[in-house]
Design a protein around this ligand. Structure first.
Ligand code: AMP
Length: 227
């Protein structure tokens, strides 16, 4: 293969409101395709936990359910994209969330000859999203996701996947903040569906279906850009 015919690493975006399953599906795609999940929410939570200047600024905004400034988000994403593992290809989860971020992403990718290959909109109804978000928690050790109503560990308080006994909940996973996050999604992020549709890279998936069915639909889409 000549250098010019070589494929650049794929860049995929999962778009969808809080509770649509972006994180769950991104982790499954990571395992299935060797891609790297980049969640700006996870990166921001790490910055908050580390007590960095950016983390201190982001903390209150995240607790309110609003969007952290583009300046902070772009800086942490740019840093993460510089890590060598991202050369395998990335699945962006929770980014971009505004038109400005979408344009900034094009600029970041242009530097490495990459582009956005596929944007998958996880289509869901609004109302069930609040219940999905408000009851969720994860294993503190391996990150496996659970839910008070929909998915409890087989043995109470023991992680099915790693046997861990410690679980954690996000500070913003409550009904009130979930409502604000949903509103922010509709006001600032949903317009990106039209933006990427116009560029011919948008795909849609019914994300009201069960996790395995959604995973199957997403895998079929991802295969088109990784094969
Ligand atoms: P998430 O984990 O994607 O649900 O994000 C949790 C919170 O982090 C959001 O409610 C925002 O406050 C913040 N956040 C995550 N990603 C972004 C982004 N791309 N732009 C602005 N704020 C973000």
């Amino acid at each position: 293969m000549t250098a010019s015919a070589q494929k650049t690493a794929p860049v995929l975006i999962l778009l969808g409101p809080p509770g649509a399953g972006k994180g769950t599906q991104a982790r499954m795609l990571e395992e299935g395709f060797g891609l790297v999940q980049l969640s700006t929410g996870d990166l921001l939570r790490a910055a908050v936990a580390a007590g960095t200047a950016a983390g201190r600024q982001a903390d209150a905004v995240m607790k309110s359910g609003g969007l952290v400034s583009d300046e902070i988000v772009l800086a942490i994403l740019k840093d993460r994209l510089a890590d060598p593992d991202t050369a395998r290809g990335v699945i962006l989860d929770g980014f971009p969330r505004t038109a400005e971020q979408a344009e900034a992403l094009d600029g970041l990718l242009a530097g490495t000859g990459q582009r956005v290959n596929s944007v998958i909109s996880l289509d869901v109804e609004d109302e069930p999203m609040i219940a999905r978000v408000a009851g969720r928690y994860t294993c503190a050790n391996c990150g496996e996701g659970y839910h008070d109503l929909f998915k409890q560990p087989a043995t109470a308080d023991v992680c099915d996947k790693c046997g861990g006994a410690e679980f954690k909940r996000r500070a913003d996973d409550n009904a009130e903040t979930a409502g604000a996050r949903l509103a922010a999604y509709h006001a600032q992020t949903a317009p990106l569906i039209t933006y990427y549709e116009a560029r011919g890279v948008l795909k849609r998936a019914d994300a009201m279906a069960d996790i395995a069915s959604v995973a199957g639909a997403l895998a079929a889409i991802v295969r088109q850009v990784t094969d």
